[in-house]
Design a protein around this ligand. Structure first.
Ligand SMILES: Cc1cc2nc3c(=O)[nH]c(=O)nc-3n(C[C@H](O)[C@H](O)[C@H](O)COP(=O)(O)OP(=O)(O)OC[C@H]3O[C@@H](n4cnc5c(N)ncnc54)[C@H](O)[C@@H]3O)c2cc1C
Length: 442
């Protein structure tokens, strides 16, 4: 390998965001020298791990928390990932073809779902309305013991589930298979980034110093901390929201089942997902609760956490606005109770029974070792909790914060960032090749 300490691009973070950028740069741009730093010994050990997230490819068809505009965008972003998976022969290895649906329970939800179907059917022509008779045959567990009326809107034979760790590994492998000079530095945390007088960036790790013409920080919640250490992004703060799951002891469903969104709540309603890491056993969740951590299963660096919260009067106002709504207060309390051993299942079961009415507390177990932390962004100027990704772009450096559906959007975000880097480096992006390989199915 060529040793070269002035890189064209340095990427910090080996999750699905960092690796999708590595692949995009290697495959579609003339960028030659790239280094990727990952602080753990493998790719995708945090939120991109299949145990941390819901493994959903968010297409926007069954996610009733998305507006029409958001669904349009997510549909395009998701198509990059699904085309990639098909084009590299990753079906049933990286992405899994199954059925999916959103289930409406009770008169009001059924009415809303019918209206949504009318609005969204031109965007997703394959969607079908599934009545109770169909559901009895297709997914009998949804109907056993049910008294309220239900209706589902579903789709068959779609990529519903993605193992984003395998996707990250595939991105890295395909990048390394090109003729580019790529260095992968595992077990090497970047501790500091500085802009040098010549416009290059100096990256410090415990093993040494590296220089790069451009940098992209794809380090989850830490991206904001890096930005702020360099004087950028002080108008953002992070609210770390944990998400946990419960497993059914048996395989109950073949279909990914989402529920209807309560429009007052900022986080997606729980769903039931056949889990690709557990022989397709049904996983329910995620819950949503504030947790004093930036990584779910690793020790807390208190200073990082305090820096991320970035508490001041603007952030306090956002918290106050959230707490003053009684629906949100109840939701926060419920999600907090769900984390308490023994009590948690008793509280969670009510939500899970909306999907499977006959589910007993004894049929569920807390999914130990599963779950992640969503780095939700607070915009301090607008006094808003942002629900999607956030990005800070400065001269030759990009910082990405990627809560859900960040894994689904990874290749689309990488596409944008790669073009930004090429402009900075005076290089051209190979749009024709990208269109062939990513924007369409070969
Ligand atoms: C409960 C839950 C459910 C979700 N469900 C879905 C879903 O179904 N579908 C979907 O599309 N999205 C989902 N998401 C969101 C999705 O998981 C994330 O958007 C995505 O994984 C983010 O990828 P990333 O690469 O930015 O972050 P990560 O995967 O967290 O990667 C960041 C990487 O940076 C590394 N790093 C951090 N600091 C440093 C440093 N200083 N030096 C070197 N390396 C560093 C970390 O070790 C890590 O590997 C979910 C998230 C949660 C929490």
């Amino acid at each position: 390998m060529q040793i070269n300490k002035l890189f064209d691009t340095a990427i910090i973070g080996g999750g699905v965001a960092g690796t999708s950028l590595l692949y995009t740069l290697a495959a579609f741009t003339p960028v030659k020298n790239i280094v990727l730093f990952e602080k753990y010994d493998e790719l995708a050990m945090l939120n991109s791990n299949p145990k941390a997230n819901s493994q959903t490819l968010h297409v926007g068809d069954i996610e009733t928390n998305y507006t029409y505009e958001k669904a349009q965008k997510v549909k395009r972003d998701a198509s990059f990932v699904s085309n990639y998976i098909y084009n590299v022969g990753g079906i049933e290895k990286i992405g899994f073809v199954r059925d999916k649906m959103v289930l409406a329970v009770g008169k009001k939800e059924v009415q809303k779902l019918k209206e949504r179907y009318e609005t969204f059917k031109s965007l997703y022509p394959y969607l079908e309305l599934w009545d109770e008779k169909f559901l009895v045959e297709h997914e009998p567990k949804l109907m056993e013991g049910r008294t309220e009326e239900v209706l589902a809107m579903g789709a068959r034979n779609q990529i519903t589930t993605v193992d984003y760790k395998r996707l990250s590994e595939s991105f890295a492998k395909n990048a390394l298979d090109t003729d580019k000079n790529i260095q992968m530095h595992y077990n090497e945390a970047v501790t500091e980034i500085h802009r040098e007088d010549n416009g290059h960036y100096l990256l410090r790790t415990e093993n040494g110093e590296f220089h790069a013409r451009t940098v992209v920080v794809n380090a989850g919640a830490y991206s904001l901390l890096f930005a702020q250490s360099m004087g950028y992004g002080h108008h953002f703060a992070i609210l770390p929201i944990g998400g946990s799951f419960f497993f059914a002891k048996k395989k109950l469903l073949r279909t990914k089942v989402y529920t209807m969104q309560n429009p007052k709540l900022p986080f997606a309603a729980i769903h039931a997902d056949p889990d690709c890491t557990q022989s397709w056993h049904t996983r329910f969740g995620p819950t949503a609760f504030a947790l004093p951590k930036l990584e779910r299963y690793h020790s807390l660096h208190l200073q990082d956490f305090i820096d991320a919260l970035n508490i001041d009067t603007d952030v306090t106002k956002v918290y106050f606005d959230l707490f003053k709504d009684s629906t949100i207060r109840r939701y926060i309390l419920k999600n907090f109770l769900e984390e308490i051993p023994l009590v948690g299942k008793e509280v969670f079961i009510n939500d899970a029974r909306k999907i499977i009415p006959t589910l007993g507390v004894e049929d569920l177990e807390f999914a130990e070792g599963y779950g992640g932390m969503r780095p939700q962004i607070i915009d301090k100027q607008k006094h808003e909790l942002l629900l999607g990704e956030a990005k800070i772009v400065e001269e030759g450096i990009v910082f990405n914060m990627t809560p859900s559906p960040g894994a689904t959007s990874s290749l689309a975000i990488a596409y944008k960032d790669a073009q930004t880097l090429c402009t900075h480096l005076g290089l051209s992006f190979d749009h024709a090749r990208h269109e062939r390989m990513i924007q369409s199915r070969i």
